[in-house]
Ligand binder design. Structure first.
Ligand SMILES: O=P(O)(O)OC[C@H]1O[C@H](O[C@H]2O[C@H](CO)[C@@H](O)[C@H](O)[C@H]2O)[C@H](O)[C@@H](O)[C@@H]1O
Ligand SMILES: O=c1ccn([C@@H]2O[C@H](COP(=O)(O)OP(=O)(O)O)[C@@H](O)[C@H]2O)c(=O)[nH]1
Length: 479
């Protein structure tokens, strides 16, 4: 079996087994342990004139290679182009999009630095799996340095429709970069359609059945791989939470009231102001709900180096204060707003206690919290997932109460409906959701992407293009 090389901006080092080592990290580490391999990414450190070589250490069959970056490059790359340009673009927030040439250049420079640092570690038969929007140009850089092996890319966030994508001044270059991969994985069919429509309508590429794409002299495949969670582990954690100290403390604090829970990084894509407003609207328009339901929003700080995230933090503090100021009683605080992260076991206890899981992003690649909430429920008395139609998870979790997060009054009514839902309906809806969560796990996601990437050859002679004709055949190398 070929050796696996994983590239991601954040690398879950083997020392991090706690809150930070989420399901994705665990699955990737498991895949690496199975075949042996390399996990390459940013060290989390910056330094003026950093060494060109990454820091390397081994743990079991896995080699970790961590690259330190120059502080200006890191800023242009992470806070600049990745999270100031691509993140808002891919989440359909054009009003928040900042494009600066210096950041675009910094983004490319960091990708070139990473490719130069990775290249000496690669063997010709390695399979390289690159994760996320921080590294779209990485394959181009590795190809330029002479790597001819298989490279796959998984995009964890939404892919925008052409009208939105075209606002990015560097759109054509980015899609050329994508074409240097062999396999491009996206979360949903909608994302795949959006990218393929751009390729055929704007980039003069062609598309064959199975998502094979021809662009200039390149052929690559685009397909859907919806990410999942380690469902068994979550079920075990949730069962262990029953009767735990965490659960007892939480139950005691609720004093018989229903709990609605939200768990989101403090990110504008997660729709937190609308969620708070909907909860306020529930208390206003359904006064009988006052003092019967408590909302708990866990929102760990995220990307504080980006101005929009700091502004959102202030906005939410104000909103939470005004809801509590207006509706609190001397024995009831309507909205508990917590900014620190919690470990998986504690989250499992909170999810299981909560009558409602409220996941209402304005746009989200998948949203693993939605799946975790489902997995943590007690099958005999499950809670209800209130889910935004704009989360990737909504494609699978049709047993949820689906809402439009831009409709605050509609969300308030949906919360009211979900709070009154009879047990039979809750069970039916939960079963439909749980079937999906148990089937499409993180392990399946990992295996199916790697299976397809391993099977890549030339997407060649036998493909029947649809739409504009393929370029004339000429002898070509695989890359
Ligand atoms: O590394 P950060 O800047 O702190 O951000 C955390 C991660 O956020 C994004 O997560 C996405 O991936 C999830 C798993 O596929 C998906 O469920 C979610 O919808 C996405 O938002 C980002 O893509 C990661 O690179 C970040 O590490
Ligand atoms: O206090 C927290 C908050 C979140 N998470 C985890 O962070 C992940 C968030 O993933 P999701 O896909 O929902 O959104 P992202 O933050 O990746 O955009 C989930 O596994 C959560 O359980 C956590 O471990 N502790």
């Amino acid at each position: 079996m070929a050796r696996l090389v994983i590239v991601s901006n954040r690398v879950a080092s083997p020392k991090e087994r706690g809150a930070k080592a989420g399901g994705l990290a665990v699955a990737l580490r498991e895949a690496l342990n199975k075949r042996g391999g390399v996990w390459f990414g940013w060290s989390g450190e910056t330094q003026v004139d950093p060494p060109a070589e990454p820091k390397i250490f081994r743990s079991g069959k896995v080699t970790y290679a961590l690259q330190t970056l120059d502080p200006e490059d890191q800023r242009d790359h992470y806070a600049g182009y990745a999270n100031g340009t691509l993140w808002p673009l891919c989440h359909y927030r054009l009003g928040l999009l900042n494009f600066r040439r210096t950041e675009w250049e910094g983004y490319r420079r960091v990708n070139a630095t990473f490719a130069r640092a990775l290249m000496p570690l690669l063997k010709p038969d390695d399979i390289v799996w690159v994760h996320d929007y921080h590294f779209i140009p990485l394959a181009s850089e590795l190809r330029a340095l002479g790597f001819e092996g298989r490279i796959g890319y998984f995009h964890h966030i939404p892919w925008p429709t052409p009208e939105v994508f075209l606002t990015l001044p560097s759109h054509a270059a980015l899609v050329r970069d994508l074409s240097r991969y062999d396999l491009v994985g996206l979360q949903t069919e909608h994302d795949v359609r959006a990218l393929l429509t751009y390729v055929s309508s704007e980039a003069r590429g062609w598309i064959a059945p199975g998502g094979v794409v021809g662009l200039r002299d390149r052929r690559f495949r685009v397909a859907t791989y919806p990410i999942g969670i380690d469902a068994d582990a979550f079920v075990r954690d949730a069962q262990a939470a029953a009767g735990s100290e965490d659960e007892e403390r939480l139950e005691a604090s609720l004093a018989g009231r229903a709990l609605a829970v939200g768990v989101d990084r403090l990110d504008y894509s997660k729709g937190l102001p609308n969620k708070f407003a909907a909860f306020g609207e529930l208390l206003k328009s359904h006064p009988e709900r006052r003092s019967t339901v408590t909302m708990m929003q866990i929102a760990p700080f995220s990307r504080g180096e980006v101005a929009e995230y700091r502004a959102l933090r202030r906005e939410l503090e104000e909103l939470a204060g005004s809801i509590n100021g207006e509706y609190a009683e001397f024995d009831w605080v309507p909205l508990r707003y917590l900014n620190r992260p919690f470990q998986r076991a504690t989250l499992a206890a909170i999810y299981r206690t909560a009558r409602l899981g409220v996941v209402t992003p304005l746009r989200d690649g998948m949203n693993l919290v939605a799946k975790e909430y489902v997995a943590a429920q007690n099958p005999e008395d499950p809670g209800v997932l209130v889910l935004s139609r704009f989360a990737g998870a909504a494609d699978e979790l049709s047993g949820s109460v689906i809402v439009n997060p831009y409709d605050v009054e509609g969300m308030a009514d949906a919360l009211d409906t979900a709070l009154s839902m009879p047990l039979d309906e809750r069970r039916d809806r939960w079963r439909a959701n749980m079937d999906k969560v148990a089937r499409n796990t993180i392990h399946r996601w990992c295996e199916s992407f790697l299976h397809d990437l391993s099977g890549v050859d030339d997407y060649g002679a036998d493909v029947e293009p649809v739409g504009s004709p393929p370029p004339a055949k000429k002898p070509r190398s695989r890359r």
